[in-house]
Design a protein around this ligand. Structure first.
Ligand SMILES: O=C(CO)COP(=O)(O)O
Length: 268
């Protein structure tokens, strides 16, 4: 595992681009090609930061083909999956299908799905189990609303959501946790690095309790919510923040490439 210069990280950071419902399959090809060239030109070392893209379902085949044909150093993830493996579930996408497309990751429990699609903690937990059944790494999203923050402080809701998401999980699992305060998503108002670190530390304590020291020590905890090139370094200086889940800025090629190369700014 890489220790990133200028930080205390012992986990390889993950910079994950959640495209949400943006870029069709043709646009995705152009974008990923340019992203790969930009990172290659900059001699990006994937040992210092793994870079992953999370396109819409309809883009996955195109992006997978590009990554595999051109041997691009990019990881691929989906934005959601079904809790079921196959059968009469119109409109759902099985984890088996994602694994067959070489997806390594899948986002689960994003606040937009919790709010707009009424995903409960139980649904999130069932999806985490489905991801693990298919050897996909779930990127489990947790985060408090502005109202939660006011009423319960920053960490109570994210910690409770993480406990619920891991209800059916034991042992040496490969997971990623993304702390995304709902009030910071798309608002331009990111959490402070200290706020992110405090919640990330609480989430890691929860991982120790639920899954043991060894799993907690290697699990990456990401921060998400108005991350951009100008603020990524300040988050990455925190010892419990191991990367970022980036929304809007992941659609801007130069901005996302610059975020991926955060170690250039750490210590400056
Ligand atoms: O929701 C997010 C990533 O999943 C964050 O979105 P923004 O980076 O646009 O705030």
């Amino acid at each position: 595992m890489a220790v990133v210069a200028g930080t205390t990280h012992k986990r390889v950071p993950l910079i994950a681009g959640n495209w949400k419902m943006n870029l069709d399959h043709l646009q995705s090809i152009a974008f990923v090609q340019k992203l790969a060239w930009t990172l290659k030109d900059a001699r990006h070392d994937f040992g210092t930061a793994e870079v992953a893209v999370f396109p819409p379902f309809t883009d996955l085949r195109s992006v997978q083909t590009l990554i595999s044909a051109d041997k691009l150093d990019l990881a691929l993830g989906a934005q959601d999956l079904s809790a079921h493996d196959s059968g009469a579930y119109t409109g759902e996408i099985s984890g088996a299908f994602l694994a067959a497309l070489d997806c390594q990751y899948v986002i689960i429990g994003h606040s937009e799905r919790r709010t707009l699609h009424n995903e409960t903690d139980e649904v999130v937990a069932a999806k985490v189990e489905a991801a693990l059944r298919h050897n996909l790494v779930p990127v489990i999203c947790v985060g408090e609303t502005a109202e939660d923050l006011e009423k319960h402080g920053a960490s109570a809701v994210p910690v409770a959501q993480l406990r619920a998401a891991l209800a059916g999980v034991t042992g040496a699992v490969d997971i990623v946790v993304a702390y995304e305060p709902v009030w910071a998503i798309g608002s331009g108002q990111a959490a402070t690095p200290d706020q992110a670190e405090q919640v990330a530390a609480k989430l890691r304590e929860t991982l120790v309790e639920l899954l043991g020291e060894d799993v907690a020590a290697v699990t990456r905890v990401l921060y998400g919510g108005s991350v951009k090139a100008a603020n990524i370094a300040s988050f990455m200086r925190e010892s419990n923040v191991d990367g970022a889940l980036v929304g809007g800025a992941s659609l801007d090629l130069d901005e996302f490439a610059s975020i991926s190369r955060f170690h250039k700014h750490v210590g400056t």
